[in-house]
Write a protein that binds this ligand. Structure first.
Ligand SMILES: NC(=O)c1ccc[n+]([C@@H]2O[C@H](COP(=O)([O-])OP(=O)(O)OC[C@H]3O[C@@H](n4cnc5c(N)ncnc54)[C@H](O)[C@@H]3O)[C@@H](O)[C@H]2O)c1
Length: 343
C-alpha cells in the first residue's frame, strides 16, 4: 500500500501525506527541500503519531529515483515536485522547464524502467496540474474540455507535462494516470502545525492576507477593482487544502480500482472575490486587513472557477469546506507560526 509522494514535504504534499495515511496507505515522502523545510517531517509524525519514511533527493536524478522505486515498490506515485511561482517563471524560464518538465521526464522514465522488471504492476501516477492550463477562459464555470493555453513558462510547463502524459498513455495503455487541475489551494491542516510557507513575498492572495493580519506586512495591494465582477475585484475558486488532499486519495483509489486514466478539475465550483477573502479573513482573525487599490496586473483574468461535476462523477469527490473555514485554518497556522517553519 506504499505511495511515493515526490515533493511530499511541500504545502499540498504534506497535507496529502496525512490524508493518505488516514485512508490506510503508506506514504513515502521524497523531497530535496528546495522549497520546504525538514521540520515538516517532525510535524507530520506529531499529527499522526507515527514517523513518515523520507527519501531526500532530487527527482532530476533518474538512477537514484529508480533505486527508490525498486526499494519501496510503491503501488502509486503522486508527482507534486516542481517550481510553482508564476512571476519567477517569467524571469527564469529555464529553471521551470528544467525542474518541472525535466523532473517529470526523469520520473516517468524511472517508473517505466522499473515497471519493465515487474510487468504485473501497472505504473500508476497522479499528477499535480493547475487551472492555469485554461489560460484566460472565455466563460465560467470551466469544464475539462475547455481549450488550453499558457500565459507564462510555469503554465507552459504544466501544459507540456499534460501532453507528455497523454502521449505516454496512448503509446503504453498499461499506464494509469490521473491529472488533477487544482484551482486555488488555500488553508491549512486544522492542527495549525502544517501550512503554506512561502519563501519571500507570497505570490498568492491568502498567505499575503495572512501576513498582513499578523502584522508582518503593512497592507495588501488589490490589483484592479474595475473588473466585470460583482465588486470589481478578481474572482477565484479557493479550495481548502484538506479537500484537495482528499481529492488525491479519491484519485488514487479510482486509478487502483477501475484503472482508467482521467483528467479532472479540483475546485469548489464557487468563486470569491479578493474583497470577499479580505472580509472573511478579518472575521476569522479578528484583525484588520488594510488594503489599497492598485492597477490591474498584466496576465490576471477577471474570474475563474471550476465546474467540479466530473470529479464528482468519476471520483465521488467534492469539496466540503467553506471560505470561512479556509480562513480560520489559515489563520491558526499563520498566527501559531508567524515565520512559517522557521518560527
Ligand atoms: N499551491 C498552488 O497554488 C498550486 C496550484 C496549482 C498547482 N500546483 C502544483 O502542485 C504541486 C505542489 O505545489 P505546492 O503548493 O505544494 O508547492 P511546494 O513548493 O510547497 O511543494 C513542492 C515540493 O517539491 C519539492 N521539490 C521541488 N523540486 C524538486 C526536485 N527537483 N526534487 C525533489 N523535490 C523537489 C520542494 O522542495 C517542495 O517541497 C506543484 O507541482 C505545483 O505546481 C500548486
Amino acid at each position: 500500500m506504499k505511495i511515493l509522494l515526490t515533493g511530499g514535504a511541500g504545502y499540498i504534499g504534506s497535507h496529502t501525506a496525512i490524508a493518505l495515511r488516514e485512508a490506510g496507505f503508506e506514504p513515502v515522502v521524497l523531497d530535496n527541500f528546495a522549497n520546504s523545510h525538514p521540520v515538516v517531517m517532525e510535524r507530520l509524525a506529531h499529527i499522526t503519531g507515527q514517523p513518515f519514511q523520507l527519501e531526500q533527493g532530487d527527482v532530476l536524478d533518474t538512477p537514484w529515483l529508480e533505486g527508490v522505486l525498486r526499494r519501496h515498490r510503491p503501488i502509486g506515485v503522486v508527482h507534486f515536485a516542481g517550481d510553482k511561482a508564476v512571476g519567477e517563471s517569467v524571469a527564469l524560464p529555464l529553471k521551470y522547464f528544467h525542474n518541472n518538465i525535466g523532473g517529470a521526464v526523469s520520473l516517468l522514465r524511472a517508473m517505466e524502467t522499473v515497471a519493465a522488471d515487474d510487468p504485473a504492476v501497472a505504473p500508476t501516477l497522479v499528477f499535480s496540474s493547475s487551472a492555469t492550463v485554461y489560460g484566460d477562459p472565455a466563460t465560467v464555470p470551466i469544464t475539462e474540455d475547455f481549450p488550453r493555453s499558457h500565459t507564462n513558462p510555469y503554465g507552459h510547463s504544466k501544459l507540456v507535462i499534460e501532453d507528455m502524459l497523454t502521449a505516454l498513455c496512448a503509446a503504453r495503455p498499461v499506464w494509469r494516470v490521473g491529472t488533477l487541475r487544482y484551482f486555488n489551494p488555500v488553508g491549512a491542516h486544522p492542527s495549525g502545525l502544517i501550512g503554506e510557507d512561502p519563501a519571500g513575498i507570497p505570490n498568492n492572495l491568502m498567505p499575503y492576507v495572512a501576513q498582513v493580519a499578523v502584522g508582518q506586512r503593512e497592507h495588501l495591494n488589490v490589483y484592479g477593482n474595475d473588473y466585470a465582477t460583482p465588486d470589481g475585484t478578481g474572482v477565484r475558486d479557493y479550495i481548502h487544502v484538506q479537500d484537495l488532499a482528499a481529492g488525491h486519495v479519491a484519485a488514487l483509489k479510482a486509478l487502483l480500482g477501475r484503472g482508467e486514466s482521467f483528467t479532472v478539475n479540483l475546485g469548489t465550483g464557487r468563486g470569491h472575490s479578493v474583497l470577499d477573502v479580505v472580509r472573511a479573513f478579518e472575521q476569522a482573525s479578528g484583525r484588520p486587513v488594510p488594503y489599497r487599490i492598485a492597477p490591474r496586473r498584466a496576465g490576471d483574468v477577471a474570474q475563474c472557477w471550476a465546474d467540479p461535476a466530473l470529479a464528482m462523477r468519476l471520483l465521488g469527490w467534492q469539496a466540503r469546506h467553506t471560505l470561512d473555514e479556509m480562513c480560520a485554518d489559515a489563520w491558526r497556522w499563520q498566527s501559531g507560526n508567524p515565520n512559517g517553519y522557521r518560527s
